[in-house]
Write a protein that binds this ligand. Structure first.
Ligand SMILES: Nc1ncnc2c1ncn2[C@@H]1O[C@H](COP(=O)(O)OP(=O)(O)OP(=O)(O)O)[C@@H](O)[C@H]1O
Ligand SMILES: [Mg+2]
Length: 392
């Protein structure tokens, strides 16, 4: 199973590359240009013959020749189809997207230029070593010394030919893909792969949350209960009693910390009661007082709720960590199909996404759901983080 492209194969170490199928595939890719080449030659010859047959004045002949070239028009989709199929020889990626105009452009470039450049490359790169190596046969009059030198030179040039052929075939493949794939298609693929990453992360996050909740938390609860019971049975002032009660206190603290951790990994309020309740919950735990101005948003699509929740959590963490604010506000409403959230504080301003990973992480998350993040935070304040997330 081949991976990557012929161009990428060139970066391998020489022996693995020369032993791989890439040089042969590249050669086959370039030699396939014989077909469009033959078609063009036929059409040109046919057009000239037509002009000859029509005879008469020069303009008449030129018009006849161009009429002959018109035969090429229906051939365009065929050439584009052929280019797509042969691309698989040097590019193991998914088939390119295409589109009528792009395919017509590619067919035109193939017919006018690419086919003869391909054949020229093969002729020079492969023909040279072949002629040298066959010199004892084609030039029997040459002295044995000269013939031997020619054969050795031809053999030494063969790996060079493999590199030349693969390099041109690979570069041509990249060009064909760039011509066929629209920038939108490439962007679509990138966004899809990022969305997949975020989905995978979401799944993993939920698994960790469940494991913590069902495993470690339950054990800590029963440990804490057992220690509490043991503490009751031991006399108040015995050393063992003091130690057990201390252990009970620590177990309760570990449980509280674990609960906090689970809440950080995932807000159960968000899953159960939706965004507004979850925002109230985080705002209620903020050390800086937060005023809420939230419309009744109802339940929104899960990715929108999770993204919005992360925005609020990060903005409130930043507010508490960096802003020196005395108050904050969270406003949320639906404008048409778009969720608009704004988190403001009256702090010192100067938020800068380049200084950390929090704000840039939010921008990445928003991009995946097609949303937008704007940060306004002049030095001296105030700071406002505004996000728009399409819900449709
Ligand atoms: N509300 C705010 N008020 C003032 N400064 C802020 C505010 N929010 C962020 N900043 C500044 O912008 C910088 C970048 O914030 P960001 O959230 O990207 O990173 P961070 O909070 O420093 O680190 P982390 O990666 O843990 O989030 C912060 O270091 C801080 O100096
Ligand atoms: Mg931060």
């Amino acid at each position: 199973m081949l991976n990557g492209t012929a161009l990428e194969a060139l970066t391998r170490r020489p022996l693995p590359f020369l032993r791989s199928a890439w040089p042969w595939r590249s050669l086959a890719y370039l030699l396939a240009s014989l077909l469009p080449g033959a078609a063009v030659a036929l059409v040109v010859a046919g057009s000239l013959a037509l002009a000859e047959a029509v005879g008469g004045t020069l303009p008449r002949q030129v018009i006849a020749a161009f009429a002959g070239f018109a035969v090429l028009v229906p051939v365009v989709p065929l050439v584009a189809w052929f280019e797509r199929r042969r691309l698989a020889l040097v590019d193991a990626g998914p088939p390119p997207a295409g589109g009528r105009v792009r395919e017509a452009g590619l067919a035109l470039v193939t017919v006018l230029a690419l086919w003869w450049i391909d054949l020229l490359m093969v002729g020079v790169a492969v023909g040279g070593p072949l002629v040298l190596m066959s010199s004892p046969v084609v030039q029997p009059e040459a002295t044995p010394g000269v013939a031997a030198v020619a054969v050795v030179a031809g053999a030494l040039l063969t790996p060079v030919a493999a590199y030349t052929v693969t390099a041109w075939a690979g570069a041509r493949g990249v060009m064909v893909r760039a011509l066929l794939d629209s920038p939108d298609a490439r962007l679509g693929a990138v966004v899809r792969s990022r969305a997949r990453l975020v989905d995978a992360y979401e799944l993993e996050r939920r698994r960790i949350e469940r494991d913590l909740h069902d495993g470690a938390q339950q054990r800590l609860v029963s440990l804490s209960v057992t220690l509490g019971l043991a503490g009751l049975d031991l006399p108040e002032d015995s050393p063992a009693g003091r130690l057990v009660r201390q252990a009970h206190g620590e177990a309760k603290q570990a449980l509280a910390e674990l609960r906090e951790l689970i809440r950080g990994v995932h807000s159960p309020v968000l899953t159960d009661r939706g965004l507004v309740a979850a925002v109230r919950d985080v705002a209620g735990r903020s050390p800086v007082p937060i005023d809420l101005d939230l419309d009744d948003l109802g339940r929104l699509p899960a990715p929108v709720e999770v993204t919005a929740y992360y925005v609020v959590s990060e903005a409130l963490t930043n507010l508490a960590k960096h802003s020196l604010a005395t108050r904050g506000t969270i406003a949320g409403r639906l404008t048409g199909d778009t969720l608009v959230l704004e988190i403001r504080d009256d702090g010192r301003g100067g938020a800068d996404p380049d200084q950390g990973t929090g704000l840039t992480g939010l921008a990445d998350r928003l991009e995946v759901v097609g949303g937008r993040l704007s940060v306004s935070s002049p030095i001296g304040g105030p700071t406002s983080i505004r996000v728009e997330i399409p819900c449709a």
